[in-house]
Design a protein around this ligand. Structure first.
Ligand code: KE4
Length: 435
């Protein structure tokens, strides 16, 4: 494989864009080398500027559960664009997507749209603080809730990857109200409530944590958070930007049967266009302006093209058998990888919930950020490039998840597993093996 045109494109980008990218994780800092620049993508295949084709497991970090350039989504966006790209005035498409979200997500009776997951969690926090008249929030080490100031404490995803989980440029005063405990540590949350109970506005959690690799809640963890928030009149926020419509039509809250007070959404509800959303019971959501006093606004919130892409995507997900297919594809891939790592004697942990997957190169069961960090990051970086060379595009960071779509057929998945076997054998044969 040659990457010449991507390398030239990166040099060009770096002259006019800081770091050559518009989102940190894309720069390949964690895995080294020069990022591939994309020419186009269809189904589960991404093609770079040099004509290299890859089975894609990033899928734009989750939105493209129906696959790249799905004809129904492309047509919906084209038709919407022909009627105008933005009005700054309400359209019925917003109500149509809101009705779909309210119908599919168990705890949501009303929803306000914005343009990113970062905005969604920012508005959700303001709503929680405005309604409870309290200031403190509880988050978990390694969870990522977008990049607004209050959440950039021990943040996951690319903040963790590039070593700025606590970003420069944020006043200590802003962070004074952010309380951080290890994921899965219910006792630590209980202790925080004992010490701060009447000043905690909310607990925000990724119910399946997809931003330190995939880390799953221990049995009872989510139910325990629900109980503690109810007992102390704090609001429970499920950040389902990544898991919403991914692991079940109604996200983790449907799969686990636990209802948060507020849900944040994004990614899939935009079908690849910029959308974020905050949802919850009507009485809570009515606190947003203009009827209430919690301010929210956005020039492109509810953008008609993004609404069209989201509606088309959710309609595709409502077809019979879709989630069974996603579950089967996810299982086929993770079992295939598990088998390869086992047979080749590579220490590993694998996780899957439906089409959301993760794996670590460590013998330690991964239950939180500290255990996720025992993963062999150097081996991951070498595995990433060995797979890229074999036509498989994984997340360019250990601290991300993998995403399968309706477009990932058995042939693509089996090709991926075969590439993983070749890659691992080649790495183990190299002088320094894992680590
Ligand atoms: P955005 O602002 O990137 O749309 O959403 C922020 C966000 C909020 N909550 C969760 C649970 C998320 O996973 C995200 C964004 N996820 C990352 C990937 N892990 C986005 C990729 C990137 O930063 O480029």
């Amino acid at each position: 494989m040659t990457f010449e045109r991507s390398i030239e494109a990166f040099e060009r980008a770096r002259r006019v864009i800081p770091g050559g990218v518009n989102s940190t994780v894309r720069a390949f800092k964690a895995v080294g080398g020069s990022p591939v620049f994309v020419e186009q993508a269809h189904g589960c295949v991404l093609t770079d500027l040099d004509g290299n084709a890859y089975v894609d497991y990033v899928m734009s970090w989750g939105p493209l559960i129906a696959g790249h350039a799905h004809p129904a989504v492309v047509e919906a966006v084209r038709a919407a664009a022909s009627r105008g790209t933005s009005f700054g005035a309400p359209t019925e498409a917003e109500s149509e997507l809101a009705e779909l979200v309210c119908d599919m997500v168990p705890s949501v009776e009303k929803v306000r749209f914005c343009s990113s997951g970062t905005e969604a969690t920012m508005f959700a926090l303001r709503l929680a603080r405005g309604v409870t008249r309290r200031n403190k929030l509880v988050k978990f080490e390694g969870c990522y809730h977008g990049c607004s100031d209050p959440f950039l404490v021990s943040a996951g995803s690319s903040a963790l990857t590039v070593g700025v989980p606590d970003s420069a440029g944020i006043p200590l005063g802003t962070l004074a109200d952010t309380l951080v405990v290890p994921y899965n540590d219910l006792d630590a949350v209980a202790a925080l409530f004992e010490a701060n109970g009447d000043s905690i506005a909310c607990v925000i959690v990724e119910p399946y944590a997809g931003n330190m690799g995939l880390v799953l809640p221990r049995p009872g963890f989510l139910a325990g958070l629900r109980r503690l928030c109810t007992r102390h009149d704090a609001l429970l926020i499920f950040d389902e930007v990544l898991t919403g419509f991914r692991v079940a039509p109604g996200g983790v809250q449907e799969r686990e049967g636990i209802l948060p007070d507020i849900t944040t959404l994004g990614k899939i509800i935009g079908g690849g266009l910029p959308v974020g959303a905050v949802g919850g019971r009507a009485g809570l959501m009515d606190a947003f302006t203009p009827d209430g006093k919690v301010f929210q606004a956005g020039t492109l919130s509810g953008n008609p093209l993004a609404m069209a892409a989201g509606i088309a995507t959710l309609q595709l997900l409502r077809a019979p058998g879709v989630y069974a297919q996603l579950e089967a594809s996810g299982a086929r891939l993770i079992e295939g990888l598990d088998d390869v790592f086992e047979r080749q004697g590579v220490a590993h942990q694998t996780n899957a919930r439906g089409s959301l997957l993760g794996f670590f190169f460590t013998a330690v069961p991964v239950v939180d950020l500290a255990s996720a960090k025992t993963s062999d990051l150097r081996f991951y970086a070498r595995f990433f490039h060995a797979m890229l060379e074999r036509g498989v595009y994984l997340a360019p960071s250990q601290f991300e998840a993998a995403f399968v779509s309706l477009a990932h057929d058995d042939a693509a998945i089996d090709r991926t597993v075969a590439a993983a076997e070749e890659a691992v054998i080649s790495l183990l044969a190299a002088v320094d093996g894992p680590g």
